[in-house]
Design a protein around this ligand. Structure first.
Ligand code: FAD
Length: 403
């Protein structure tokens, strides 16, 4: 949409083909419907660090349309933005639909013709160029083509990997997509009982066969299959490498900013005020909102929760603190591509002219967004890539008209 809008704004005649009834189905589910539209890390080097090995390829794209350009593109032209924790940027309206409407409007202003409920079914080559594409019975011919069909995560949104198929057919390499930003499956029932509970500032530490591997802080979400949220999603790629090497377990620290001694003192003072209440009835006062149900399952397996808190022994109090700082889970696997936020894989950047997003193999083809093989964390970095690569493709197309 941004590529089409940009090309239209430059006065080119543009047709956008979308197989769904509505535009931007995936945008609508981003950031839980709020759309984490970009990340406002101001320092370009630090921002590009987030893209790992792809960093060196992205300088020219970001020099043409970087974070500041994307921020202003939306914020100064009718979609006010707000910066939240971790430099995550959202529409002020907190509504992803406004992002889609903004882009639709951008295309309208550029006189882009939009055809929804049209599926591109094939691509035909001639002399190293795309000659035409087919949409069912219809054959469409353009001077130049931009593929922006996305990857393979959440295929119900329309991204079913069609672009990968065409790129392969056109002689490109495709790195096989694997889920990279994806929730984790967990064995324990207590965790699943907490489905829907989101905790802002948690620490998780991962172990293989009991040996500590790595830790990370952030927001964690319990789901009916295990754990998710930015914290987990950003661990998934490392966890996928650990899983074949042994039994992967993790400990969740619900109070990462309080040390063991202070947490124990806090619990003692709450117990002192509520001497005659049972431990079972007090758990809700001790843990973050919503966590009591799951914690009670865990506590009950270790001690009698019907006792009055004044008779909780010192040993048991230490067990409680231990538990709060190290809730145990066993990771049984990663969720599949259908649940991934980002699927790794796609077109290697060595096969694209990153100054223009033009294919190195097919002269009248440009490629953008999730079709490109670029690893990145969650936090708005994926959509930023779409804005940058899309804007550059839309700025480059039409400059090299085929004779
Ligand atoms: C649950 C979830 C949450 C996310 N949250 C965030 C977030 O908050 N911030 C962030 O930066 N990133 C987020 N992402 C990632 C982000 O959504 C993607 O990186 C981005 O949408 C990719 O854009 P794209 O244009 O490349 O592809 P897509 O958004 O996948 O769009 C491709 C479009 O092409 C259409 N299409 C495909 N094949 C055909 C065909 N044959 N004919 C016609 N049309 C076709 C599809 O219907 C689709 O509309 C999230 C992803 C998911 C799954």
């Amino acid at each position: 949409m941004i590529a089409a809008g940009r090309a239209g704004e430059r006065g080119l005649s543009v047709l956008l083909i979308e197989k769904n009834k509505q535009l931007g189905s995936k945008i609508l589910i981003t950031g839980n419907g709020r759309c984490n539209i970009l990340n406002a890390i101001q320092d370009e080097h630090m921002l590009l660090e987030k893209y790992g090995n792809s960093k060196r390829f992205l300088y020219s794209v970001f020099a043409q349309f970087g974070e500041k350009d994307a921020f202003d593109f939306f914020d100064l032209h009718g979609l006010p933005l707000v910066i939240e924790a971790g430099n995550r940027v959202f529409p002020k309206s907190q509504n992803a639909l406004d992002v889609v409407s903004f882009l639709a409007d951008y295309m309208r202003r550029g006189n882009v013709e939009v055809r929804t409920q049209h599926t591109v079914s094939g691509v035909k080559m001639k002399d190293g160029n795309i000659e035409s594409i087919s949409c069912g019975q219809e054959v469409l011919i353009a001077d130049e083509y931009i593929f922006a069909t996305g990857g393979v995560s959440h295929p119900e949104t329309g991204s079913t990997g069609d672009g990968y198929k065409w790129l392969k057919q056109l002689g490109h390499t495709i790195v096989t997509p694997t889920p990279s930003l994806v929730p984790l499956q967990v064995k324990e029932r207590w965790a699943k009982e907490l489905s829907g509970i989101s905790l802002e500032d948690m620490k998780i530490t991962f172990f293989v066969d009991g040996k500590k591997e790595f830790k990370l802080n952030g927001r964690l979400l319990f789901t009916h299959f295990g754990v998710s949220g930015p914290l987990i999603i950003n661990c998934a790629s490392k966890v996928s490498k650990l899983l074949p090497t042994g039994i992967v377990t993790a400990q969740i620290d619900m109070f990462p900013r309080v040390d063991f001694g202070d947490l124990e003192r806090q619990i003692i003072s709450i117990f002192d005020i509520n001497k005659n209440k049972t431990l079972k009835n007090m758990v809700g006062e001790l843990v973050p909102a919503g966590m009591a149900k799951g914690i009670l399952i865990l506590l009950s397996s270790q001690m009698d929760v019907e006792v009055k808190v004044h008779s909780v022994t010192k040993d048991n109090r230490k067990k409680i603190v231990n538990l709060f700082k190290a809730l145990p889970i066993t990771i049984t696997g990663l969720m599949g591509l259908d649940r991934a936020i980002v699927a790794d894989g796609g077109l290697p950047l060595t096969e694209v002219d990153m100054k223009t997003m033009r294919s190195n193999k097919v002269n009248n083809l440009f490629v953008t967004g999730d079709l490109l093989h670029i690893n990145r964390p969650s936090g708005g970095f994926s959509l930023q890539l779409c804005w940058s690569t899309g804007y550059v493709a839309g700025s480059s197309v039409g400059k090299n008209k085929i004779a």
